[in-house]
Design a protein around this ligand. Structure first.
Ligand code: SF4
Length: 311
Protein backbone atom coordinates (compact mmCIF):
# COMPACT_ATOMS: atom_id res chain seq x y z
CA UNK A 1 0.00 0.00 0.00
CA UNK A 2 1.37 3.43 -0.91
CA UNK A 3 1.32 5.92 1.91
CA UNK A 4 -0.56 9.11 1.21
CA UNK A 5 1.66 12.22 1.05
CA UNK A 6 1.04 14.81 3.78
CA UNK A 7 -0.16 17.85 1.89
CA UNK A 8 -0.33 21.29 3.47
CA UNK A 9 -1.47 23.92 0.99
CA UNK A 10 0.59 23.22 -2.11
CA UNK A 11 3.32 21.43 -0.21
CA UNK A 12 4.14 17.82 0.10
CA UNK A 13 5.81 18.07 3.52
CA UNK A 14 7.26 14.58 3.33
CA UNK A 15 9.03 15.36 0.06
CA UNK A 16 10.37 18.62 1.49
CA UNK A 17 11.74 16.82 4.56
CA UNK A 18 13.30 14.13 2.33
CA UNK A 19 15.07 16.77 0.27
CA UNK A 20 16.35 18.53 3.37
CA UNK A 21 17.80 15.22 4.60
CA UNK A 22 19.31 14.60 1.16
CA UNK A 23 20.91 18.07 1.17
CA UNK A 24 22.44 17.39 4.58
CA UNK A 25 23.72 14.02 3.40
CA UNK A 26 25.31 15.68 0.35
CA UNK A 27 26.78 18.39 2.64
CA UNK A 28 25.21 20.95 0.33
CA UNK A 29 23.87 24.43 1.02
CA UNK A 30 20.58 25.00 -0.82
CA UNK A 31 19.94 28.61 -1.85
CA UNK A 32 16.68 29.80 -3.38
CA UNK A 33 15.60 33.14 -4.80
CA UNK A 34 12.36 34.71 -3.54
CA UNK A 35 10.81 34.13 -6.99
CA UNK A 36 11.23 30.34 -6.87
CA UNK A 37 8.21 28.12 -6.20
CA UNK A 38 7.26 28.13 -2.48
CA UNK A 39 7.98 24.40 -2.04
CA UNK A 40 11.57 24.94 -3.25
CA UNK A 41 11.92 27.90 -0.87
CA UNK A 42 10.82 25.57 1.94
CA UNK A 43 13.72 23.20 1.24
CA UNK A 44 16.31 25.98 1.01
CA UNK A 45 18.71 26.80 3.84
CA UNK A 46 18.56 30.43 2.77
CA UNK A 47 16.03 32.37 0.68
CA UNK A 48 17.02 35.80 -0.58
CA UNK A 49 17.66 38.22 -3.41
CA UNK A 50 20.52 37.82 -5.87
CA UNK A 51 22.97 39.83 -3.75
CA UNK A 52 22.09 38.09 -0.49
CA UNK A 53 22.31 34.66 -2.10
CA UNK A 54 25.77 35.28 -3.55
CA UNK A 55 27.04 36.74 -0.29
CA UNK A 56 25.68 33.74 1.61
CA UNK A 57 27.34 31.37 -0.86
CA UNK A 58 30.67 33.17 -0.43
CA UNK A 59 30.47 33.27 3.36
CA UNK A 60 29.50 29.62 3.83
CA UNK A 61 32.17 27.01 4.62
CA UNK A 62 30.14 24.41 2.68
CA UNK A 63 31.78 23.16 -0.52
CA UNK A 64 28.66 22.47 -2.57
CA UNK A 65 26.08 25.14 -3.36
CA UNK A 66 22.78 24.08 -4.90
CA UNK A 67 21.34 27.19 -6.52
CA UNK A 68 17.62 27.52 -7.20
CA UNK A 69 17.47 30.65 -9.32
CA UNK A 70 18.58 31.60 -12.81
CA UNK A 71 21.88 31.21 -14.62
CA UNK A 72 23.46 34.61 -13.96
CA UNK A 73 22.94 34.13 -10.20
CA UNK A 74 24.77 30.80 -10.12
CA UNK A 75 27.47 32.38 -12.30
CA UNK A 76 27.90 35.25 -9.81
CA UNK A 77 28.13 32.76 -6.94
CA UNK A 78 30.81 30.84 -8.85
CA UNK A 79 32.75 34.07 -9.51
CA UNK A 80 32.66 34.92 -5.80
CA UNK A 81 33.61 31.44 -4.61
CA UNK A 82 35.51 29.57 -7.33
CA UNK A 83 36.69 26.92 -4.88
CA UNK A 84 33.08 25.79 -4.41
CA UNK A 85 30.98 23.62 -6.65
CA UNK A 86 27.94 25.68 -7.72
CA UNK A 87 25.10 23.61 -9.14
CA UNK A 88 22.14 25.25 -10.89
CA UNK A 89 18.94 23.36 -10.12
CA UNK A 90 17.61 23.72 -13.68
CA UNK A 91 20.14 24.51 -16.43
CA UNK A 92 17.29 25.82 -18.60
CA UNK A 93 16.56 28.64 -16.14
CA UNK A 94 17.96 31.73 -17.82
CA UNK A 95 17.09 35.41 -17.59
CA UNK A 96 15.67 37.17 -20.67
CA UNK A 97 16.89 40.53 -19.34
CA UNK A 98 20.44 39.22 -19.02
CA UNK A 99 20.16 37.93 -22.59
CA UNK A 100 19.36 41.46 -23.84
CA UNK A 101 23.01 42.46 -23.58
CA UNK A 102 26.13 40.85 -25.03
CA UNK A 103 29.86 41.38 -24.66
CA UNK A 104 30.11 42.46 -28.30
CA UNK A 105 27.18 44.87 -28.04
CA UNK A 106 28.53 46.54 -24.91
CA UNK A 107 32.06 46.76 -26.34
CA UNK A 108 30.68 48.62 -29.37
CA UNK A 109 28.57 51.00 -27.22
CA UNK A 110 31.55 51.81 -25.01
CA UNK A 111 33.48 52.94 -28.09
CA UNK A 112 30.71 55.47 -28.77
CA UNK A 113 30.81 56.80 -25.20
CA UNK A 114 34.42 57.53 -24.26
CA UNK A 115 34.64 58.84 -20.71
CA UNK A 116 31.42 57.23 -19.55
CA UNK A 117 31.62 54.71 -16.72
CA UNK A 118 29.70 51.46 -17.12
CA UNK A 119 27.44 50.33 -14.30
CA UNK A 120 25.98 46.88 -14.84
CA UNK A 121 23.10 45.30 -12.98
CA UNK A 122 24.05 41.86 -11.66
CA UNK A 123 21.28 40.48 -13.88
CA UNK A 124 23.76 40.16 -16.76
CA UNK A 125 26.20 37.62 -18.21
CA UNK A 126 29.67 37.32 -16.64
CA UNK A 127 31.32 38.41 -19.93
CA UNK A 128 29.39 41.71 -19.80
CA UNK A 129 30.55 42.29 -16.23
CA UNK A 130 34.16 42.09 -17.43
CA UNK A 131 33.58 45.29 -19.43
CA UNK A 132 31.95 47.12 -16.52
CA UNK A 133 33.42 49.52 -13.99
CA UNK A 134 31.00 48.46 -11.30
CA UNK A 135 28.05 46.17 -10.72
CA UNK A 136 24.93 46.92 -8.73
CA UNK A 137 21.72 45.29 -7.58
CA UNK A 138 18.31 46.88 -7.17
CA UNK A 139 19.10 47.04 -3.42
CA UNK A 140 22.30 49.08 -3.71
CA UNK A 141 22.02 50.95 -7.01
CA UNK A 142 21.90 54.41 -5.39
CA UNK A 143 25.03 54.24 -3.18
CA UNK A 144 26.93 52.41 -5.91
CA UNK A 145 26.01 55.03 -8.51
CA UNK A 146 26.96 57.87 -6.17
CA UNK A 147 30.37 56.26 -5.58
CA UNK A 148 31.30 56.36 -9.27
CA UNK A 149 33.60 59.33 -10.01
CA UNK A 150 32.49 59.82 -13.65
CA UNK A 151 29.54 62.15 -14.30
CA UNK A 152 28.26 60.17 -17.28
CA UNK A 153 27.28 56.59 -16.58
CA UNK A 154 26.06 53.97 -19.02
CA UNK A 155 23.68 51.75 -17.07
CA UNK A 156 23.03 48.27 -18.37
CA UNK A 157 20.94 46.27 -19.08
CA UNK A 158 17.72 47.46 -17.35
CA UNK A 159 16.24 50.72 -18.66
CA UNK A 160 13.73 50.89 -15.79
CA UNK A 161 16.32 50.54 -13.03
CA UNK A 162 18.33 53.22 -14.86
CA UNK A 163 15.34 55.60 -14.95
CA UNK A 164 14.68 54.95 -11.25
CA UNK A 165 18.33 55.64 -10.37
CA UNK A 166 18.38 58.82 -12.48
CA UNK A 167 15.52 60.24 -10.41
CA UNK A 168 17.35 59.56 -7.15
CA UNK A 169 20.80 60.62 -8.34
CA UNK A 170 20.13 63.65 -10.58
CA UNK A 171 23.75 64.81 -10.46
CA UNK A 172 24.69 61.95 -12.79
CA UNK A 173 23.97 61.83 -16.50
CA UNK A 174 22.66 58.33 -17.05
CA UNK A 175 22.54 56.74 -20.46
CA UNK A 176 20.59 53.53 -20.36
CA UNK A 177 20.73 50.26 -22.26
CA UNK A 178 17.33 49.32 -23.63
CA UNK A 179 16.89 46.02 -21.80
CA UNK A 180 14.05 45.15 -19.44
CA UNK A 181 12.61 42.34 -17.38
CA UNK A 182 9.60 40.97 -19.31
CA UNK A 183 7.85 40.03 -16.05
CA UNK A 184 8.00 43.55 -14.57
CA UNK A 185 7.95 45.59 -17.79
CA UNK A 186 4.60 44.18 -18.90
CA UNK A 187 2.87 45.86 -15.99
CA UNK A 188 1.10 49.04 -17.10
CA UNK A 189 -0.32 51.98 -15.21
CA UNK A 190 -3.77 50.92 -16.40
CA UNK A 191 -3.40 47.54 -14.68
CA UNK A 192 -2.17 49.21 -11.49
CA UNK A 193 -5.03 51.72 -11.56
CA UNK A 194 -7.49 48.83 -11.82
CA UNK A 195 -5.97 47.20 -8.73
CA UNK A 196 -6.05 50.48 -6.82
CA UNK A 197 -9.76 50.90 -7.57
CA UNK A 198 -10.39 47.29 -6.48
CA UNK A 199 -8.31 47.58 -3.29
CA UNK A 200 -8.46 51.27 -2.28
CA UNK A 201 -7.04 50.66 1.23
CA UNK A 202 -3.95 48.80 0.03
CA UNK A 203 -0.44 50.25 0.05
CA UNK A 204 1.51 49.74 -3.18
CA UNK A 205 5.07 48.35 -3.04
CA UNK A 206 6.90 48.14 -6.35
CA UNK A 207 10.19 46.75 -7.64
CA UNK A 208 12.34 49.25 -9.62
CA UNK A 209 12.30 46.92 -12.64
CA UNK A 210 8.74 48.23 -13.23
CA UNK A 211 8.15 51.05 -15.74
CA UNK A 212 8.59 54.65 -14.47
CA UNK A 213 4.86 55.44 -14.86
CA UNK A 214 4.04 52.47 -12.61
CA UNK A 215 6.64 53.49 -10.02
CA UNK A 216 5.32 57.07 -10.05
CA UNK A 217 2.24 56.17 -8.02
CA UNK A 218 3.74 53.51 -5.72
CA UNK A 219 3.88 54.10 -1.97
CA UNK A 220 7.20 52.30 -1.76
CA UNK A 221 9.88 51.32 -4.29
CA UNK A 222 12.58 48.82 -3.42
CA UNK A 223 14.29 45.51 -4.04
CA UNK A 224 12.64 42.25 -3.04
CA UNK A 225 14.36 42.30 0.37
CA UNK A 226 13.37 45.93 0.86
CA UNK A 227 9.73 45.16 -0.01
CA UNK A 228 9.69 42.37 2.60
CA UNK A 229 11.16 44.73 5.20
CA UNK A 230 8.66 47.45 4.25
CA UNK A 231 5.57 45.26 4.63
CA UNK A 232 6.90 43.94 7.95
CA UNK A 233 7.28 47.48 9.27
CA UNK A 234 3.84 48.76 8.20
CA UNK A 235 0.73 48.32 10.29
CA UNK A 236 -1.51 48.26 7.20
CA UNK A 237 -3.05 44.87 6.50
CA UNK A 238 -3.45 45.12 2.74
CA UNK A 239 -0.79 45.53 0.07
CA UNK A 240 -0.55 45.54 -3.71
CA UNK A 241 2.81 43.99 -4.56
CA UNK A 242 4.35 44.83 -7.92
CA UNK A 243 6.96 42.15 -8.34
CA UNK A 244 7.11 38.42 -9.02
CA UNK A 245 4.47 36.42 -7.15
CA UNK A 246 6.97 34.00 -5.56
CA UNK A 247 7.83 36.67 -2.99
CA UNK A 248 4.30 36.20 -1.64
CA UNK A 249 5.47 33.09 0.22
CA UNK A 250 7.89 35.07 2.43
CA UNK A 251 5.50 38.00 2.75
CA UNK A 252 2.71 35.77 4.06
CA UNK A 253 5.03 33.97 6.48
CA UNK A 254 6.18 37.32 7.90
CA UNK A 255 2.75 38.94 7.93
CA UNK A 256 0.12 36.21 8.28
CA UNK A 257 -2.37 38.91 9.30
CA UNK A 258 -2.02 40.80 6.00
CA UNK A 259 -3.42 40.31 2.50
CA UNK A 260 -1.15 40.67 -0.53
CA UNK A 261 -2.56 41.32 -3.99
CA UNK A 262 -0.48 40.72 -7.12
CA UNK A 263 -1.31 41.78 -10.66
CA UNK A 264 -2.24 38.81 -12.81
CA UNK A 265 0.67 37.20 -14.61
CA UNK A 266 3.51 38.63 -12.49
CA UNK A 267 5.33 35.33 -12.91
CA UNK A 268 8.87 34.70 -14.13
CA UNK A 269 8.67 31.46 -16.13
CA UNK A 270 12.38 30.87 -15.66
CA UNK A 271 12.28 31.04 -11.88
CA UNK A 272 9.38 28.59 -11.97
CA UNK A 273 11.58 26.08 -13.80
CA UNK A 274 13.16 25.30 -10.42
CA UNK A 275 10.91 22.41 -9.44
CA UNK A 276 11.22 19.96 -6.54
CA UNK A 277 12.00 17.20 -9.06
CA UNK A 278 14.88 19.27 -10.48
CA UNK A 279 16.10 20.01 -6.98
CA UNK A 280 16.11 16.31 -6.14
CA UNK A 281 18.04 15.52 -9.34
CA UNK A 282 20.56 18.29 -8.62
CA UNK A 283 21.09 16.97 -5.09
CA UNK A 284 21.44 13.38 -6.26
CA UNK A 285 23.84 14.08 -9.14
CA UNK A 286 25.47 17.34 -7.94
CA UNK A 287 25.15 18.59 -11.51
CA UNK A 288 24.98 20.59 -13.71
CA UNK A 289 27.82 22.65 -12.34
CA UNK A 290 28.10 26.31 -13.35
CA UNK A 291 31.70 27.41 -13.77
CA UNK A 292 33.22 30.56 -15.18
CA UNK A 293 36.58 30.45 -16.97
CA UNK A 294 39.51 31.78 -14.93
CA UNK A 295 40.07 34.67 -17.35
CA UNK A 296 36.43 35.86 -17.29
CA UNK A 297 36.23 35.28 -13.56
CA UNK A 298 39.23 37.51 -12.82
CA UNK A 299 37.83 40.40 -14.87
CA UNK A 300 34.23 39.98 -13.68
CA UNK A 301 35.21 39.77 -10.03
CA UNK A 302 36.61 43.33 -9.88
CA UNK A 303 33.29 45.20 -10.53
CA UNK A 304 31.42 42.81 -8.24
CA UNK A 305 33.92 43.26 -5.42
CA UNK A 306 33.81 47.04 -5.81
CA UNK A 307 30.04 46.86 -5.38
CA UNK A 308 30.35 44.65 -2.31
CA UNK A 309 32.76 47.10 -0.71
CA UNK A 310 30.18 49.90 -1.12
CA UNK A 311 27.37 47.69 0.15
S1 SF4 B 1 12.16 38.14 -12.92
FE1 SF4 B 1 12.96 39.22 -14.69
S2 SF4 B 1 15.03 39.83 -14.15
FE2 SF4 B 1 14.39 38.22 -12.69
S3 SF4 B 1 15.10 36.31 -13.61
FE3 SF4 B 1 13.00 36.59 -14.31
S4 SF4 B 1 13.25 37.66 -16.28
FE4 SF4 B 1 15.20 37.85 -15.21
Amino acid sequence: MTEKPILVGDFNLREIEELKVLARRRKALVLAHYYCPPAVQEVANFVGDSLGLSQTAAASPVEVIIFAGVHFMAETASILCPEKKVVLVNPEAGCPMADMITYKGLAARKMELPGAAVLTYVNSPAAVKTLSDMCCTSANVVPVLKSIPAKTVLMTPDQNLAAFAQKLVPEKKIISWDGFCPTHHRLSQRILNGLKVKYPEALVAAHPECRPEVLATADFIGSTSAIIKYTKGETTREFIILTEQGIGHCLRLDRPDAVFHFPEGMICPNMKKNTLADLRRALETLSPEVRVSAEIRRAALAPIEKMLRIT
